[in-house]
Design a protein around this ligand. Structure first.
Ligand code: SAM
Length: 517
């Protein structure tokens, strides 16, 4: 019988959240038998004939910074090196989530890259695997797939998120020559800023309609709007069309800061004091340098095997046809964090960027918001219409949801609830109906041996004097079972995502694991 070999796994210096401690133990246990576990790390033992298989997993560990096999050298994991691209040195006491191209943009609702990576390892994905994120947002899962060394495809309905996601991927996967040309080109565009005088000429160059220009003028001081439009036009002339989006993405990361919007406010409250000037060129230049240096450092750490990763603009309720047109079915794994039930208005929170970058006209913002799953916008007429269809829709949803909705309607009936609360039952029924349609499609596109991981949290709504708990994870799980998955649900206790501090938020997230029956 083959002998045993000891492997030492070293922990990161940051303090782990309780759920991370569980995932860390699971990562180690998937490689070998755990012998000791203390503050600095774990000792595991593997059969000598399994060391080769173990080695390929050791490099890809998420929650360990280094490993050593037997008396061999101490080797950093790829994750340690990637996190170092943000920290400079990985002695930071906080886990980094802005490493590589993740820091490109602060898209609201981003989730922890470490979780995506951990799940790829747990699914034992290989270089030929395809991972799908049907709510790809700013592309966290797709970027992690590139780091991990597998293929990825995302679907997303917010055009800003699609632009951000694809820009991050392009920066990581383009040739060295292209990246160098982009870097030099965009800095030249920044250096030229301040030479153009007329907002109207720039707006007409960029095909901005009058309503949209008026909107922009209400949110940016003239001197700042001039620089924004000038940067966009200059980049269009100087960079090739394939790099314009990336330049726009860089601009987008500072749009809030230079607008009249209160930067600390998620929605669209105005600053108390008008901002008349801002060092736009210096801000852009420093963003570019920061981004390029992290990107260059991360690119050195990628596997040689080229991977394909793309984020498609589309609606996940039509997932099957979006993926079929891209000829990317079936996929081996699904990792996603879907929108919460009536939680975060993704379009509203990115509206200034959407309009300033020409991704949406000002009058079209409302339509875009309404097309999102989980949105809170519904007119009185639409609500009446939705209410008349509610019982029929509830027939095809799990009984717990029907029970909850009926209780909510009953509580609102004899109260003086405002329109937001009265909208809730119809919006929730629509949300779970939409989720059912996405889950049905994910069942079709997922390989029979694959796993889908959905990370979602509960929230709550006030009815009468009482808070009612909206058990989204459990209900999504039950819907998943009804469309042909077996499920298990893990709690990720202290996981915090942006927006969870809102009144209706609850600081809890759950990981729903779904396997086709
Ligand atoms: C929680 S966020 C995902 C964030 C992502 N994991 C990241 O790290 O950036 C949910 C996303 O679902 C998107 N979404 C909402 N409705 C959609 C739909 N019908 N089809 C595709 N995406 C949709 C929202 O725009 C939002 O970006």
């Amino acid at each position: 019988m083959a002998g045993k070999l000891n492997i030492t796994l070293k922990k990161f210096p940051y303090s782990y959240l309780p759920y991370e401690k569980r995932l860390l133990t699971r990562e180690a246990a998937a490689i070998g038998k755990i012998k000791t576990d203390d503050a600095s790390g774990l000792q595991i033992s593997v059969n000598a004939n399994q060391v080769k298989a173990a080695l390929s997993r050791l490099h890809r560990l998420t929650y360990f910074s280094h490993f050593s096999v037997g008396t061999g050298p101490v080797v950093p994991t790829q994750q340690f090196l990637l996190e170092t691209t943000a920290n400079g040195s990985c002695t930071a006491n906080r886990q980094s989530t802005r490493y590589s191209t993740h820091g490109f943009h602060d898209y609201k609702g981003k989730f922890h890259p470490q979780i995506a990576r951990y799940l790829m390892g747990r699914s034992e994905l290989t270089t030929s695997s395809f991972v799908l994120d049907p709510f790809a947002g700013s592309g966290t899962v797709l970027v992690e797939a590139v780091h991990y060394g597998c293929n990825a495809i995302g679907v997303e309905s917010n055009p800003l998120a699609v632009l951000v996601g694809n820009s991050k991927l392009k920066l990581l996967t383009c040739s060295d020559r292209e990246l160098k040309r982009f870097h030099g080109g965009v800095q030249e565009c920044i250096a030229k800023l301040g030479t153009r005088k007329s907002i109207n000429t720039l707006a007409s160059d960029l095909d901005i309609d009058t309503a949209t220009l008026t909107y922009l003028q209400s949110w940016f001081a003239p001197a700042i709007l001039l620089l924004i439009l000038e940067f966009r036009t200059t980049c269009r002339h100087r960079l090739g069309p394939e790099w314009v989006d990336t330049a726009d993405g860089i601009l987008s990361s500072l749009i809030r800061e230079v607008s009249q919007q209160e930067p600390a406010d998620l929605r669209i409250r105005r600053r108390k004091e008008q901002l008349t000037r801002a060092p736009v060129a210096a801000m852009l230049s420093s963003s570019v340098e920061n981004l390029i240096s992290r990107t260059l450092a991360a690119r050195k750490l990628l596997n040689d095997a080229p991977t394909s990763a793309i984020e498609l603009a589309g609606d996940s309720r039509c997932l099957n046809s979006v993926l079929a047109s891209a000829q990317r079915v079936p996929v081996d794994c699904i990792i996603t964090s879907p929108p919460y039930a009536t939680a975060l208005p993704y379009i509203d929170t990115s509206r200034l960027s959407l309009v300033a970058l020409g991704l949406c006209t000002a009058p079209d913002l409302r339509r875009l918001e309404r097309d999102q799953i989980g949105n809170r916008e519904i007119s009185p007429y639409e609500r009446k219409q939705a209410e008349s269809e509610m019982e029929r829709k509830l027939q095809s949803l799990p009984r717990q949801i029907g029970k909850f909705i009926h209780e909510l309607v009953r509580k609102h009936k004899n109260s003086d609830a405002g329109f937001r609360k009265l909208n809730m039952p119809a919006l929730l029924v629509q949300y779970f109906t939409d989720m059912k349609s996405v889950l049905t499609q994910t069942h079709v596109v997922l390989s029979r041996t694959g796993t889908a991981y959905w990370l979602v949290g509960p929230n709550r709504t006030n009815a009468g004097e009482k808070w009612l708990y909206i058990d989204t994870p459990q209900w999504i799980g039950t819907i998943a079972e009804s469309v042909g998955f077996t499920i298990s649900i893990d709690e990720l206790d202290a996981y915090q995502r942006f927006g969870l501090h809102q009144r209706n938020g609850i600081r809890q997230e759950f990981l729903i694991c779904m396997r086709p029956v």
